[in-house]
Every structure is written in C-alpha cells, then in structure tokens.
Design a protein. Sequence first.
Length: 266
Amino acid sequence: MRGEKNERGVRAAARAALGRRSSSPEAGNDEKIATIHAGEGARVTTRKNASQAARRARSNARKRYLERHPEAKSPVDGPERSGKNIVLLVVLAIVALALLFLIVRCVAVLVTPDPAEEARQAAEQAQNEQNLSAGEGGRQDSEYERAETDGSVTYKGDSFTLQMQDDGLWGVVQTDPSGNAVVLFKIEGTPAALARRMSTILVPENRDGGWDIVCYVVDGHSQAGYIVDKDGAAVRGSGDITSIKMGATTMSVSDSTGATTEVALV
C-alpha cells in the first residue's frame, strides 16, 4: 500500500511540473536579442581614457545639478534688453563723451598760455632787457640820434647839450640824473647840430669858411678829436653846413656849395 502511494505522489509531481512549463510565456517573434558592438557597453577606465572619463563625470554632475536647480541656468541670448536700457546706454555714452571733452579742453587751457598773457610776458621781458642795457637811467639808448644846437642827446641816463662858455667857445656839457654837470670838451667853430652814435658824441661845426666834425667817445677819450677818412686825414668840406642826417653808420652832411658828403662813422 505504501509503495502505491509513493508512486502516485511521483506522478502527481511530474504532472504539476509539466503544467508549469506549459504555462510559462515564451519569447515572441517581435522580441529580438540586441547585439552589442565594439565600443558600446561598459568601459574600463585606464590611464589613456582617464581624462575623458573625468570630463564625462563633470558633465553628468553639471546636468544633474541643473536638473535640481533650474534657476542656475543662464539664458542663452544674454540679458533681455528693453528700449529703456538702450536709451540709458546712449545717454551715458553722451555724458561720458562730454566729460572727456571738458577734461581735454581744461588741460589744453592749462598747457597753452593765453595769447594776451603771453604778449604781456614778452613785453615785460623786453622791458627788463631794455632796463638792463640802459644803465642807471633805466632807459635804453637808441643806436644813434640827432638834435639841434639848443637840444640834447642822452647816453646811459646822462644828457649832453651845447652851451656857450665864459671864454666865448661852445662846449659840450654832460649832466647826470642828479643834476651834476661837467664840460667834456670845447669846439673852436660854430656848431651846426649835436649828434650821437653809440657812445660817441658828434658836433658838426662851421669854421674858417668850411666845416668839419668834432667827435668825443664818452668814457673813452680824454679829449676831443676829428672824424677822419680812411687815409687818416680829417674830413672837411667847403661852405657852411645846411643840413645833417644821421644813419646807423654814416652822417650825411649837405653844405652851402650844394655838395652832400657821406661821412663814415665806423
């Protein structure tokens, strides 16, 4: 009896197993097995592809972070620009240009002197140079000058005049700014004019039916002499002197005979 029971149990277990196999689903025709090609699937990290793997890891971490924090994404086209923003930028640019122009103008004014001020400084410098060269009188002497017999010429602040002396001769008198006077020299004839060239006092005179020119160098001569020609002879003319004209280097003497003589003074 026990043997029959065991046999029936074995047959029941076999039928149950057969039922389970027949009820399990089989792969349909639409389900196909995919083939993995070279380079796909899992990759082992080596020294050669370590940097590439690190970049992929950073990129994946960045993507996961942006998925969790979408507010961190920056717009692709940059900040939105409105009409007000554009107008504000234009106004700011104009203000900046205006400030730059004002700064450049101020620097130019500071560097470039005013024409009127420049002219004034030049005039002051010229006046100072004149005062330095003028001596004690503070007045610059001209290169040459001429006066009538009752006039005067000046040199280094002193004045020179023709005055009749007690002996009846004409003398050239030098007077300083303080009023001190001294007779420099006397002439034997009648003066026709009084002149000066640089530091030399000149007196054209009429004498004995002719004329000559007496000269005296201030602070250089102890006594007067006569203007001479290139041969060393005193320059003389006929008749009386009618007019005198001074030049930078010559004296032009016209006389009663109608002759005009150019007398070199250098």
